[in-house]
Structure formats: structure tokens, C-alpha cells
Design a protein around this ligand. Structure first.
Ligand code: ADE
Length: 444
């Protein structure tokens, strides 16, 4: 006997898994009544929510739903059950661009790049930035045209763990603009353009422009714009790549510059965006018209959830996914800092001492220890043992890595929160649980 297909949201019959990631799963689904295919991103609800973000959620869904472009995966609906959040997306049948890359001619590559630029500039014109453009987010339809997925979703809960903190599952840093790495405050459009440039390089050459076997070196190469453009590419392709992959955002080609570039203009027919139409957005059990959302959304309803609470926090850059992995039993937190290493060590020592830690310096690391008192008042085994290390990412950016060897997790969290709050370069830090082998960075 065949198993009954599961129906969710009362109307979508769930099929096979299309993709899996830290965020959850993307499933194929069919609308029961119409037979229309969809892709549904399923997230664990516990990892997402804080009700105070309802208003923001409402606005964001409204914005994302209004993106209607032939080269953007359409967001149809967002809904929630007791335990899950469902994001219903247009189904794209041709797989990832990633799988096609090595077979493309320069002409075919240009056509794809033109479509990417059309889609990205359409979103930028509406104030939406992707912030995680890479070939994995570029799908192909049955006709060989591209559709960009996850526009505006870069900060979605794939980065959020049970503890509500940002977690890492984002893979490669290879597509990230230097100014984002340096957290100098950046223009979302120019940093997306950088990522488009990396995608173009990959499409045309089959290789990454910036690559290295450790994160520090990779970041250095990106920040310096240290890459080689193959001479076998046409002069036009070489020129546009060089101008887009300019590490200085001020001199980098902007959208208008790309569209005016001779290489880009060849055989270019701009895509025509679809006409806007008003539709209904579903969040939890509430259906609201986009145009009415701001006024009518009930922010106190307990059934409503925030699938997009992190949108708007995307200036935060999650470095932790760039590191190699470690033992599952270990817990690390990393945060970036602009303090110099000597200052960092001194400040960590000061903060930890104030919190009652004994601090030792050895082999370029700090050991922070808090001992449990025995009933006789004697010092016994440590109740918490933490090591702190500093790694250089660029001349002005460092990563502090805290690693708990053993002991009390809640005290460890307090220590991490205090250190990252006082020393971190970002508003948000992440506590992560990762798997296998130690980091290999340029330890100072
Ligand atoms: N994988 C991830 N998103 C998808 C989509 N919208 N269509 C098909 N496969 C996908």
C-alpha cells in the first residue's frame, strides 16, 4: 500500500525533498486543488520567534511578496503551524546554476549574468538587497533562464538556533564583498554587485576568483582584491570583471555602470517585470491584504510568528561558517573586534578577573578558569575552563575565539556575552555548536 502524501496548510500535498540546509528543508509540494507545483521552505518555529517583531515581519513579507520579476523566485505565502514555519515559493524545475557552470560559453554566461543583473537591480530599486548571492541561490527554469532565490531572506532563521542566537550554517565566504568582511558599513547594492562579479567570474572561468585553504588568507585576498583574470577571456569580459571586483566600493562599477558596459550590452534585452498585483499574505492564521497590513495586523495574536525577524540585521556578517569544524562536544563562540590583539588580551583579562576568573597566559592564548570551592574552602577542579585566542583577519579586524573546555554553560554564556558586548565589532554575536577538527588560522 502506498503511503498517503502529507498535506500541510490545508492545501499543499508535500512531496520529495529538494534541498536541505541548516535552515531546515525545502520540499516539493503540489497545491491540492489546482495541481500547481511549489517549493516549500520549512523552518522549525522554535528557532525563529520573538513576537515583538510582528510589525517588521508584516512589512518584510509585504515587500518580498511585491517582488515580481521573471528572474526572481516568487514568494507566495508564509504560514505557521504550532511547530513549523512554511515559506511557499515558486517551484523552479531546472536545478541550480551551480551544476551548469562548467558547460557555459562566454555568450551563454553573459546571458545569465544579464538576467542576474536585471533581477538584482529590480530588487535594489525597491530597497531589497540579497546579501547572500552565490550560484547555489541561482536556480534554472526549464527554459534555461535563471531565477534568484532567497531575495531578502539572507537573515532568515537558518542562522538562528534554539537559543535565539545567530548560528552558522552559511558556507563559503568566497562571494562576500571586502567591505562586508571589514564591517565598515556598506552599501547593500555595491556589495551585492561584488557578489554578482564573483558569480560572473565563476560562470566564465569555472573557478573562484578568491580562494585559499584558510580563512585568514582568503579574507586577505578578498580585501586586497588579489585575483587573476584569465587572459583567454575576451577583453570586454576581463574589463568588466576587473571593474566589478574592485575592492574599493567607491570606484566599483555600480548598476548603471554595468548596464552601460559594452560587454554587458551585447545581445541584451532587459527583462520586463510582471505587473504588480495585490494578493493575500498569510501569517499564522491571519490573512491580510498587503496594502492593509500595516494598519490591520494584530501584533498581539499568539498564533502569529516572525519568520523574518532578522531581516534588517543583515549588516551583521557571520564569520563562523568560514572556519573549519570542530568536535561536536565542543562549544565555541567567535566574534570580530577592531581592538588590537594586545588590547584584546588585556581587556579580556580585566573582564574575566572582574567576573571572578583566574587568568593565565600561555602559548599566545588566555586560559580563563573559575574554580568550585570544596566544603572545606579548598580549591578543587575548575567549574569552568575557557580558552581565548585572537586571529587576524585583516590589518584592522580580528576574530576572538572563545572555547569552553569544560564546565557550567550558563556561566560560559554570561562570559561570552560580556566579552562580545564589550569588545565585539558587531551588534550580534553567535554562539555555535560545530562539528569536527580545529581551526587553522594565523594565530597571533
Ligand atoms: N530548491 C530550493 N528552492 C527551490 C525552488 N524554489 N524550486 C526548486 N527547487 C528549489
Amino acid at each position: 500500500m502506498t503511503k498517503e502524501a502529507k498535506v500541510i496548510m490545508g492545501k499543499y500535498k508535500i512531496g520529495c525533498t529538494l534541498g536541505e540546509g541548516g535552515f531546515g528543508t525545502v520540499k516539493f509540494a503540489r497545491h491540492v486543488a489546482t495541481g500547481e507545483p511549489f517549493a516549500i521552505k520549512i523552518l522549525e518555529r522554535h528557532s525563529v520567534l520573538a513576537r515583538k517583531f510582528h510589525e517588521q515581519l508584516k512589512r518584510e513579507i509585504g515587500t518580498l511578496k511585491l517582488l515580481r520579476h521573471p528572474h526572481i523566485v516568487r514568494l507566495h505565502e508564509v504560514s505557521a503551524s504550532q511547530t513549523k514555519i512554511y515559506i511557499v515559493l515558486e517551484y523552479v524545475s531546472g536545478g541550480e546554476l551551480y551544476n551548469k557552470i562548467r558547460k557555459l560559453s562566454e555568450q551563454e554566461g553573459r546571458k545569465i549574468f544579464q538576467q542576474i543583473i536585471d533581477a538584482v537591480s529590480y530588487c535594489h530599486d525597491r530597497g531589497v538587497y540579497h546579501r547572500d548571492l552565490k550560484p547555489e541561490n541561482i536556480l534554472m527554469d526549464a527554459k534555461g533562464n535563471i531565477k534568484i532565490s532567497d531575495f531578502g531572506l539572507s537573515a532568515l532563521p537558518q542562522h538562528l538556533g534554539r537559543d535565539g542566537l545567530l548560528h552558522t550554517t552559511c558556507g563559503s565566504p568566497n562571494y562576500v564583498a571586502p567591505e562586508v568582511l571589514l564591517n565598515r558599513g556598506y552599501d547593500g547594492s555595491l556589495s551585492d554587485i561584488w557578489s554578482c562579479g564573483v558569480v560572473l567570474y565563476v560562470i566564465l572561468t569555472g573557478d573562484l576568483p578568491f580562494d585559499a585553504n584558510n580563512i585568514a588568507l582568503l579574507c586577505q585576498k578578498i580585501v586586497k582584491g588579489d585575483m587573476k583574470i584569465p587572459k583567454w577571456l575576451s577583453p570586454g569580459a576581463q574589463d568588466i570583471l576587473k571593474r566589478i571586483l574592485d575592492p574599493r566600493p567607491i570606484t566599483r562599477l555600480n548598476m548603471a555602470g554595468i548596464k552601460a558596459h559594452d560587454w554587458f550590452k551585447q545581445d541584451y534585452t532587459p527583462a520586463v517585470p510582471y505587473e504588480d498585483e495585490e494578493e493575500c499574505t498569510t501569517i499564522g492564521d491571519a490573512s491580510v491584504s498587503i496594502k492593509q497590513q500595516t494598519e490591520e495586523y494584530d501584533s498581539t495574536s499568539p498564533t502569529q510568528i516572525n519568520a523574518f525577524q532578522l531581516i534588517g540585521m543583515s549588516s551583521y556578517f557571520d564569520l563562523s561558517g568560514f572556519f573549519e569544524k570542530e568536535e561536536a562536544s565542543e562549544r565555541k563562540i567567535r566574534f570580530t573586534s577592531t581592538y588590537l590583539p594586545a588590547d584584546l588580551f588585556e581587556k579580556i583579562e580585566g573582564i574575566a578577573s572582574t567576573m571572578g576568573f583566574q587568568v593565565l597566559r600561555a602559548n599566545g592564548k588566555l586560559k580563563l578558569m573559575q574554580r568550585r570551592k570544596t566544603t572545606l574552602g579548598l580549591k578543587s577542579t575548575p567549574s569552568l575552563l575557557v580558552s581565548a585566542e585572537v586571529f587576524q583577519i585583516s590589518p584592522s579586524l580580528y576574530v576572538v575565539e572563545l572555547r569552553k573546555s569544560c564546565g557550567d554553560s550558563s556561566l560560559y554564556r554570561k562570559l561570552c556575552a560580556k566579552l562580545s558586548e564589550d569588545l565585539g565589532a558587531y551588534e550580534c554575536q553567535q554562539l555555535q555548536k560545530t562539528h569536527s577538527c580545529p581551526v587553522s588560522l594565523c594565530a597571533l
